[in-house]
Design a protein around this ligand. Sequence first.
Ligand SMILES: Nc1ncnc2c1ncn2[C@@H]1O[C@H](COP(=O)(O)OP(=O)(O)O)[C@@H](O)[C@H]1O
Ligand SMILES: [Mg+2]
Length: 138
Amino acid sequence: MNAEIITPTAELAQRIGATPRGAREARHLTLRQLALWGFPQEGEVSLAAQQLVAELAANAVTHGRVSGRAFELRLLLLPEGTLRIEVSDARGDRELRYVSEPEGESGRGLILVTLLARAWGVARRDVGKTVWAEIGTG
Ligand SMILES: Nc1ncnc2c1ncn2[C@@H]1O[C@H](COP(=O)(O)OP(=O)(O)O)[C@@H](O)[C@H]1O
Ligand SMILES: [Mg+2]
């Protein structure tokens, strides 16, 4: 469930196979959709959105994967200059956590998300969860 009450001016919603290939597909889809919405490929918005989608989708297909279940990518262009990214996976029984050792091999993804996103969070759903992140579009 999502308590969002702001009506998006444009939206993409796509279910994608929960594989590494699916995670790459999510990033490419984001690049294409943002280009259609008028954001240059090498521009700040497109690059930040691609990085966020790459991290959230990678997490969905590794930590959030449930065998045989797809994940879902949604991109919402909200009024007043916000792009909202939502990545939903089927796994509801795991918390997201920061890994605190800065030298560790894992745990960088959510730190990057924190740095890139204006806000982000996790919302529970009936099945699984949605990890969302928002950036400004200027
Ligand atoms: N979609 C998800 N579902 C379940 N757990 C997650 C999800 N995303 C992140 N996590 C948990 O949060 C931790 C931190 O995520 P992240 O910073 O991306 O590090 P990494 O993916 O390298 O382990 C993960 O190791 C995992 O335990
Ligand atoms: Mg990760």
